[in-house]
Design a protein around this ligand. Structure first.
Ligand SMILES: NC(=O)c1ccc[n+]([C@@H]2O[C@H](COP(=O)([O-])OP(=O)(O)OC[C@H]3O[C@@H](n4cnc5c(N)ncnc54)[C@H](O)[C@@H]3O)[C@@H](O)[C@H]2O)c1
Length: 377
């Protein structure tokens, strides 16, 4: 079985390019759980484009066959032939074992997202996010999978003082969802200690992009507001609108997963947890304006749209900003999209020159910081 990787480059800026070149030269077999969901389908698209073999597992609880069809129809025929789909549930150990057979790297995305959903039904959240996680990492151990990468969440931080969240400084989880992700992190640590399973946890910060579900009570804010504006329906801001998040475009998340899956075995980069954000803070008031102004380019009636206010929601944290220096240093993570560029890609389908220029400036500033990836042991 292939180990994820044996060496890591000196370069500050092009770790992902080098890792992708290595993957093209020596393809691996990946398992993506939650493959029919928003993030899982983007992982599938990128891995297939890189010439990888991908097994996907999903029970369509929140994911959609349409997401898979969209990815496969956009992929080259020879790429889509390297995809095998298993319709199944991570709550069944037998299914997890079958999915892990012969796999080099697991990207475990299957889960029930949303804080409000978990407050409404904590048992369902626990069964999928904790018991399902335990099944997956246990099956990965038995199949001697080289690397187990899993989706954690910024919600594990709760309320912590200070500007940005650093991996080691945690508050108390504020919801069943946050607790479920925290338990996953603890299980991963135990599996490293007891069974030597190599894992990497990625704490995603408010991911957005195409194929994110706008429907239902648990939809994330960007697809929900986009759909509402397009339908000329009200957008609701809970609280004063100064609640802020580190909105992270999904292609940054794909990059982090590939780097985590391929981080050198036995190196300081593995058996770690990383923040995965874009490293910038956007308030809900700012976000509303950014979405509205982009959509107004195609529909001038939206130019003066305003948001409606409702009281703060239970379990919501006030500010959320990722310190991504650990991922930069140990994984060579270098997000290529800020919020504006990500919204352009999501809403307008292209990166505008002005945003690309802004991003280049930000990237240059980031590169000036101490961001050298660590060498393989
Ligand atoms: N989107 C975000 O902003 C965000 C932030 C933090 C963490 N996460 C985590 O990232 C992961 C992916 O999130 P997403 O935004 O793509 O959500 P999503 O709902 O689009 O995808 C989750 C996928 O998991 C599948 N799934 C659910 N229960 C399952 C089960 N029992 N067995 C098999 N498959 C099952 C769903 O059908 C769906 O396809 C989740 O674990 C989520 O908690 C997401």
């Amino acid at each position: 079985m292939d180990t994820p990787r044996t060496s890591l480059s000196d370069s500050v800026t092009d770790t992902i390019d080098q890792v992708e070149a290595e993957l093209r030269a020596n393809p691996r077999k990946w398992l993506v759980t939650g493959v029919a969901g928003f993030i899982g389908s983007h992982l599938l698209a990128r891995l297939l484009a890189l010439g990888q073999t991908v097994v996907g597992l999903d029970n369509f609880e929140t994911g959609k066959a349409g997401n898979l069809n969209e990815v496969l129809s956009q992929a080259k025929a020879e790429d889509s032939r390297r995809f095998q789909f298993i319709e199944g549930d991570v709550r069944e150990l037998r299914v997890c074992r079958g999915a892990c057979e012969g796999v080099d790297i697991v990207l475990h995305e299957a889960g029930l997202g949303s804080v409000p959903r978990s407050i409404e039904n904590p048992i369902a959240t626990h069964e999928v996010n904790v018991s399902g996680f335990l099944n997956m990492i246990f099956a990965a151990r038995d199949s001697k999978v080289g690397r187990f990468v899993y989706a954690s969440s910024s919600s594990v931080y709760g309320e912590v003082p200070g500007q940005s969240k650093q991996e080691e400084i945690l508050g108390e989880p504020l919801s069943p969802y946050a607790l479920s992700k925290k338990i996953d992190e603890l299980y991963a640590k135990i599996f490293t200690q007891v069974y030597k399973v190599e894992s990497i946890g990625l704490r995603y910060f408010n991911v957005f992009g195409a194929r994110q579900d706008p429907e239902g009570p648990y939809a994330a804010v960007i697809p929900r507001w986009t759909a509402a504006l397009q339908a000329q329906k009200p957008c609701i801001i809970y609280g004063d609108g100064e609640t802020s998040r580190d909105f992270c475009y999904v292609e940054n998340v794909v990059q982090a997963n590939i780097l985590a899956g391929m981080a050198p075995a036995n190196s300081p980069a593995v058996n770690q947890i990383y923040n995965v954000g874009a490293g910038g803070e956007t308030s809900l008031n700012q976000l509303f304006t950014m979405i509205r102004d982009r959509l107004a380019e195609g529909d001038r009636r939206l130019r003066d749209a305003t948001a409606q206010r409702q009281p703060f929601r239970e379990g919501d944290i006030r500010r959320s900003l990722a310190d991504i220096s650990k991922a930069r240093k140990l994984l060579g993570y270098s997000p290529r999209f800020n919020v504006a560029a990500g919204l352009d890609k999501t809403l307008l389908g292209a990166t505008r020159a002005s945003d690309a220029a802004l991003l280049a400036t930000e990237m240059a500033a980031n590169a000036a910081a101490d961001v050298r990836p660590v060498h393989a042991a």
